[in-house]
Ligand binder design. Sequence first.
Ligand code: I3P
Length: 109
Amino acid sequence: KKGYVMRKCCFDANGKKTPFGRRGWKMFYCTLRDLVLYLHKDEHGFRRSQMSDNLHNAIRIHHALATKATDYTKKQHVFRLQTADQAEYLFQTSDSKELCSWVETINFV
Ligand code: I3P
């Protein structure tokens, strides 16, 4: 699965709160492949990039959990992603169908 999303970092690895200045929303082209979410500036990023670039913003989703962020009311169509290393992100999708599709894809791969 692929597509544009907005991402906000809430907690870094080991549940450490993401510091102010790095908590903003940022747009990425997201590619889910082999249990990794790759985040790039645009849809050409994956093809153009070196593997080291790919891994820079990559999130491993093995043993991760995606849930609709019903408690986050500032934006619509947002899901929360909690990873095995206890990082936490919010992702805003374009509509409710995309939201369900990302959540299901992440949880059932
Ligand atoms: C953050 C940015 C986010 C905001 C976050 C700020 O500042 O304004 O949009 O989250 O608030 O810290 P910065 O870009 O300097 O990191 P919301 O959009 O959810 O309000 P937060 O610290 O309460 O998460």
